[in-house]
Design a protein around this ligand. Structure first.
Ligand code: SF4
Length: 371
């Protein structure tokens, strides 16, 4: 019996998009939803860009986008692609030559809008390069840079204008017999973003890349993204995501995964369930959770851990987690394993012991994967 039958209120039925390939990574169809971020180092500085990509990979990034505004950037791209374990999307915008150079340099995807490149010859050349070098393309419509004729037709950026823009670009690729593309229709306004994606999801079977653009700093940007993208993901829409934050790109990956984990669409790392704490707490819940979050950041296996201040909610939460600690005794609490009370643990030893237990469980899960 699967989870949909046991708890139908948790089921998300994903939109059936067509599957494309980005390097070795599958996108769309039944492929897991990919989490993406973008480097903010100067691309010409291959060393700094590779270092940042490494940090993003460690955080779990499936895809990394790199801006290629000039020839020096596409020249550095070759080394960057070679050093990357994840597929690289070259962000091109208007310069068709950068697109061709990026394809030759090994980019797995070009982020380029065919309607913005210029003449039909240029479009043909870029599409040919994408075909020759096995790149897919991301069409990226942005509410802030819609084509003039669409703004005149619709009066302002609106969902219909964004969908029309996206379909116009897609038609150009289809006319060149190119179907390896995904589409995004991002806006900084949550309502506009959601309505545009809903419209697009009806109009095409292309995989969709989700994002609320220019969402802002970590907290507010994360919340805006969670509301907009969460709404779409919950409705089954979205094949890749990027949380656009004015923050360290690694945070984008963390927030993206947390979003998918909240909806049970991906699993990764330790999911800590913790109470907000109050006067009943048997230990300092907030400080402990902060410490554990940092100490357990390296864990990739999916493990649930409950850290609860007292017996009001502790045993109930621990029952549904792999490991749990509930405060309450004199400077000590109860450690739960597999949902059941297992052994007493002093507050002083708690952090070290829990880290050890989680690492052991991760090792056990790794063993199961290999077996
Ligand atoms: S679980 Fe206990 S300590 Fe935590 S908030 Fe609830 S009552 Fe307070």
């Amino acid at each position: 019996m699967n989870i949909d039958q046991v708890r139908p209120w948790r089921a998300i039925e994903r939109r059936k998009s067509r599957k494309i390939k980005m390097g070795d990574l599958e996108i769309g169809g039944d492929a897991p939803i990919s989490v993406q971020s973008m480097t903010n180092t100067p691309t010409q500085d291959a060393g700094a860009t590779i270092d940042q990509i490494r940090r993003l990979e460690d955080a779990g990034a499936d895809i990394v986008r790199v801006s290629c505004p000039d020839e020096d950037s596409t020249a550095a791209l070759k080394e960057i692609v070679k050093a990357s374990k994840v597929p690289i999307v070259a962000d091109i915008h208007f310069h068709y030559k950068r697109g061709i150079e990026a394809a030759k340099a090994g980019a797995a995807c070009l982020r380029i809008n065919p309607g913005n490149i210029g003449s039909a010859d240029r479009v043909r050349e870029v599409v040919q390069a994408a075909k020759d070098y096995g790149c897919c393309i991301r069409i990226g419509v942005n509410g802030g840079s819609l084509e003039r004729h669409l703004l005149e037709k619709y009066g302002e950026p609106c969902p219909e204008a964004m969908v029309e823009s996206a379909l116009d670009h897609a038609r150009i690729l289809e006319d060149h017999d190119f179907r390896e593309y995904k589409i995004s229709v991002k806006a900084s306004d949550v309502f506009l973003t959601v309505a545009a994606y809903q419209g697009l999801a009806e109009a095409t079977d292309a995989p969709l890349h989700l994002g609320v653009t220019e969402a802002g700093p970590l907290r507010t940007g994360g919340i805006k993204s969670a509301i907009g993208m969460g709404n779409l993901l919950w409705a089954g829409i979205g094949d890749t995501i990027r949380v656009s934050l004015s923050a360290d790109p690694v945070e984008e990956i963390k927030v993206g995964f947390d979003m998918l984990k909240s909806l049970n669409l991906r699993t990764r790392g330790v999911n800590i369930i913790a109470c907000p704490s109050c006067a009943r707490q048997g230990f300092d819940v907030i400080k402990t959770v902060e410490t554990l979050e940092q100490r357990l950041e390296h864990i990739r296996e999916s493990i649930t851990l409950s850290i609860i201040g007292c017996v009001v909610n502790g045993p109930g939460e621990a029952a549904g987690t792999d490991l749990g600690f509930t405060g309450g005794g004199k400077d000590a609490g109860m450690m739960y394993v597999g949902g059941k009370p297992d052994h007493k643990l002093s507050n002083a030893d708690m952090v070290e012991h829990i880290v050890e237990q989680v690492e052991k469980r991760a090792e056990y899960l790794r063993g199961l994967e290999k077996a």
